[in-house]
Design a protein around this ligand. Sequence first.
Ligand SMILES: C[S@@+](CC[C@H](N)C(=O)[O-])C[C@H]1O[C@@H](n2cnc3c(N)ncnc32)[C@H](O)[C@@H]1O
Length: 232
Amino acid sequence: MEQPQGSAGGSRPARSLARRLRTRARARLTGLRGGAPAGVSAPSPVNRRHARDELLGRLPKGGVCAEVGTWKGDFSARILELLEPRLLYLIDPWEYRGESEYEHSMYGGHKPDGARAIEAIHQSVVDRFSTQIESGQVVVMRMRSDQAAAQLPNESLDWAYIDADHTYESVIADLRNFHGVVKPGGMLAGDDFGEAGWWENGVTRAVEEFTASGLCGAPTMMGSQFLFTKHG
Ligand SMILES: C[S@@+](CC[C@H](N)C(=O)[O-])C[C@H]1O[C@@H](n2cnc3c(N)ncnc32)[C@H](O)[C@@H]1O
């Protein structure tokens, strides 16, 4: 297992070599499927929207699925519109994180009224999808992803979209946990491959490591979106 980025381990040349190896591995990965090379500048919002719609076009309609990391529900609304799922779990703890690691995340830092703002976002999601919640099409699971994965029956989802805590440790755990929750032949997708942010390159490292595990076939890349298919 790789050292978490930014950990004390390794001399400068060793870290630089590790960085070069990761870049090469990314190039191999993206080259396989013709995706945008990782490490390039962030895609524009239009490209991101385009890539996400392309991704949604590859996911089955009418399924049982989960968006892991929901925030204000903008992508949830797109999922509902384009895929008309039978059941969509919206998984998010909507919790304010005061730890220094999360200082630059959208749900952390030392913002005045941070916790109250997150509370309001949760309420806005419940209001936004009240019709679907009432009909049973949407189920809100206000909890961290590891807890949600433990509550959902094994092999019960057609697909899951991973867009929660972007740290390496959390993304690799989400990929492994939701791999168990997705049906054989089902799909595991997610956001922000090749993107650098407050999470450094946690998503990219986790996706590379998950690819190397062989639990799924090689991912298809669409810009920063990744898509694994679980073996049948
Ligand atoms: C990038 S936002 C999600 C954006 C959303 N998928 C969209 O496209 O509109 C990340 C979300 O992950 C949530 N989150 C953070 N840690 C989490 C965890 N351990 N489990 C589930 N969600 C988490 C945050 O509260 C935040 O709402």
